[in-house]
Design a protein around this ligand. Structure first.
Ligand SMILES: *Cc1c(COP(=O)(O)O)cnc(C)c1O
Length: 424
């Protein structure tokens, strides 16, 4: 679908039915696939022929969704996983093993911080967290002989820091390292990190891609651009004894990374998505371009409204003039950033909680990035074990409300916010 616009790809890419086939991507709710000869199945195992044999490794419904997402991101291949967390973990483990090191920006999703700082550390993989705004010469000090990759988020959840992807790509590549970018909040509609030098793109599809908060999922997209045969990645460039001596860089060419992730890690760890969830994800993707437009225009209007409201102490939204990340947002996300805003309510913790409890249309949810407007008070929920001092140290103030603006009529969203602010 190379010649089409991204809007068209959202709808048409991935599944091209043949004469008489179902027009809509069918759900292949089958773990297993049958063949006429053992020889044929042998060839499938050897990757000498394309086909499906077991849904843990590949499934026709999931396969079409993977093709669509790879096309949207401008990658050469993709692999869906059961959640965004699984996607990050598999992507890292595809390069790192015990004794290795990685570098990540510090402003990433809390669940990913925990994965890198605690769970991967327990497996012997060390992560150094860096300031995303640090200049390259500062970053360079953190590179070690055993460093394998650099990780960042296009738009950080929830701080809304915009990453200078080109800077990080330049830094990573000058050290022979790939850049991994979690593009969950931006989606390929607003930013395609591969166009700016990212090598591997990761998503929690549970957010805007699904868009309706119905199916947990994740995806890893391979740009096919990184040269893994530079001596730093023996797992890709030397024989894999667990896959009868396959050398991924030799035998799979540009698809080395994504093939290894599937035939080695998905095979062994099995965090595969269900075909039914892939079907739901595909329906979400069909309207992604329309929904992102509305999420972004609604969020900008709400942010501008909040900026002028006397009950609001501060507003963080990268598209507001004066925001620290305004220029990076205009460069990397010229059509809009995302629908998530954070702001402070005058009166601190109590006022913020009173505001949230007074909302009628917006609901209190932990989730972000779906069709319905939702709010969360980080200080009393996701970060409630921290003292007020600790909260401020990690950038979360007691007055902070995180609001994920949905695709309802923006006047109704603003009216709801107004009546709730008036009740403080
Ligand atoms: C939610 C989220 C994740 C984790 O995804 P799950 O699908 O919840 O496992 C990872 N990264 C970002 C940026 C997220 O917002």
């Amino acid at each position: 679908m190379d010649n089409y616009h991204i809007d068209t790809k959202c709808i048409q890419s991935g599944y091209q039915p043949m004469n008489g086939d179902a027009r809509v991507l069918p759900i292949y709710q089958s773990t297993t696939f049958q063949y006429d000869s053992s020889e044929h199945v042998g060839k499938l195992f050897d990757l000498k022929e394309e086909g499906f044999f077991y849904t843990r490794l590949a499934n026709p419904t999931v396969d079409c969704v993977e093709r669509k997402i790879a096309d949207l991101e401008g990658g050469i291949g993709a692999m869906c996983t059961s959640s965004g967390q699984a996607a990050s973990m598999v992507a890292i483990l595809n390069l790192c093993s015990s004794g290795d090191h990685m570098i990540s920006t510090s402003t990433i999703y809390g669940g990913t911080v925990n994965l890198f700082a605690v769970t991967l550390a327990r497996m012997g993989i060390e992560c150094t967290f860096v300031d995303p705004d640090a200049p390259i010469d500062e970053l360079q000090k953190e590179v070690k002989d055993n460093t394998k990759l650099v990780f960042a988020e296009t738009i950080a959840n929830p701080s809304l820091v915009i990453t200078d992807i080109e800077k990080l790509a330049k830094f990573a590549h000058s050290n022979g390292l790939p850049l991994f970018v979690d593009n969950t909040f931006a989606t390929p509609i607003n930013c395609r990190p591969i166009d700016f030098g990212a090598d591997i793109v990761i998503h929690s599809t549970s957010k805007y891609m699904d868009g309706h908060a119905v199916a947990l999922g994740g995806v890893i997209v391979d740009s096919g651009n990184f040269n893994w045969d530079n001596g730093k990645f023996p797992g890709l460039s030397t024989p894999d004894e667990s896959y009868h001596g396959m050398v991924y860089t030799r035998d799979c060419g540009k698809a080395a990374f994504i093939t290894k992730a599937r035939v080695q890690l998905m095979r062994d760890m099995g965090m595969a998505p269900s075909p039914n969830n892939a079907f739901l994800l595909n329906i979400g993707l069909e309207t992604l371009h329309l929904r992102m437009e509305r999420h972004c225009s609604n969020a900008l209007k709400v942010a501008k409204y909040l900026e002028k409201n006397n009950n609001v102490a501060w507003v963080n939204f990268p598209e507001l003039e004066g925001n620290k990340y305004y220029d990076l947002a205009k460069k990397y996300l010229p059509n809009g950033t995302c629908g998530v805003i954070s702001f402070g309510v005058k009166g601190g913790r109590q006022a913020a909680m009173k505001f949230m409890d007074s909302l009628k249309l917006a609901s209190i949810v932990v989730h972000v990035a779906d069709a319905r407007t939702g709010v969360l008070h980080p200080a009393s929920t996701t970060h409630r074990q921290l003292s007020d001092k600790q909260l401020i140290d990690c950038g979360i103030t007691p007055d902070m409300v995180r609001m994920s603006i949905g695709i309802e009529n923006v006047d109704d969203i603003i009216a709801d916010i107004e009546q709730a602010l008036n009740r403080i």
